[in-house]
Design a protein around this ligand. Structure first.
Ligand SMILES: [Mn+2]
Length: 303
């Protein structure tokens, strides 16, 4: 086997592509501040949701750090960015939350397209769908085409809550009952809002009703995939349940960008249309003081 042994002096004889490959395989030097700087990435699109600014649970320091180090052509804010329900009860807005807004404004000013799809916690913005405010496009649902031509529907996901509660009998009754449940949920929401009723999280209530959190997640994912398939899309990007995922459900690409309360995750697409979930909490551990990471971790925020 001696003739196959690697001889470094032969690297120069390799074709270009192979030579670079060989160089890339060398073990990487330990991270330094400079290397972190170089590691800043540009993406074709970034999707984040369930930030819950205005609550103690929001990991604003980590998000500001993420936004500072990751640029993109299009940034999708997939709902529950600001927690209007909580702010109505008690004003909570520390400096770190301002830093997130500053990072978002900086993106707009430097040419990033920012699209905001409001969720149930920031539904006050749903009245402005179709408009642009401060350079942010506000849409009830957005459509994103990936670099490799897949059409994705972008929505927050809260209007599937009603379907989750009745998933079993709805499955027997078929599509008309399913659509009716979706509409009833919208009506229920509209009535509560217009009568100034107190905050009540349907999803938190349903999580208690269904046997466990895992069952809730499965029902949510199935309900979303079902509607998106019926509407002829290749896939869906949503949030709401604070559970990041990339998976195939019945031929539909189901993408959930997670949250910035518990998991600190973002969904990103590269120039080729490859999609991945970035977990910023783990990758930022060395760079962010532990005190900032743990700040406000005690208070849970319902989806
Ligand atoms: Mn939500």
């Amino acid at each position: 086997m001696a003739e196959f042994a690697w001889d470094t002096s032969r690297r120069a004889q390799l074709p270009d592509a192979l030579r670079h490959r060989a160089l890339e395989r060398r073990p990487r030097a330990p991270s330094t501040a400079r290397e972190v700087q170089r590691a800043a990435r540009h993406h074709r699109a970034i999707f984040i949701s369930d930030v819950h600014l205005g609550t103690r649970g929001c990991k604003a320091e980590l998000l500001a750090d993420f936004l500072g180090k990751n640029s993109c052509d299009t940034l999708f804010l997939v709902g529950d960015i600001v927690d209007g329900w909580r702010l109505k009860r008690r004003w909570f807005w520390p400096e770190a939350h301002d830093a997130v807004l500053a990072a978002l404004l900086h993106k707009i000013d430097t040419g990033t397209r920012v699209v905001f799809v409001p969720g149930n916690h920031d539904e006050v913005f749903r009245e402005y769908c179709g408009r642009s405010i401060a350079g942010v496009e506000i849409l009830r649902e957005a459509i994103h085409e990936t670099a490799d031509g897949r059409r994705l529907l972008v929505l927050h996901g809260d209007h599937f809550d009603a379907v989750i509660a009745y998933a079993k009998w709805l499955a027997h009754l078929g599509d008309w009952a399913y659509s009716l449940a979706l509409e009833l949920n919208e009506v229920c929401h509209f009535v509560r809002r217009n009568f100034g009723m107190n905050y009540w999280s349907l999803s938190a209530f349903l999580k208690q009703k269904v046997k466990n959190a895992l069952e809730y997640i499965c029902r949510f994912e199935d309900a979303v995939a079902r509607e998106v398939r019926a509407r002829g899309f290749d896939g869906v990007v949503c949030g709401h349940i604070h559970h990041a995922a990339i998976k195939r459900i019945g031929g539909i690409l189901y993408l959930n960008d997670g949250d910035w309360v518990e998991s600190c995750t973002a969904l990103v697409e590269d120039a080729q249309g490859h999609l991945e979930i970035l977990c910023w909490a783990s990758s930022a551990k060395e760079r962010i003081p532990a005190s900032a990471q743990l700040d406000g971790a005690a208070e849970p925020v319902p989806a």
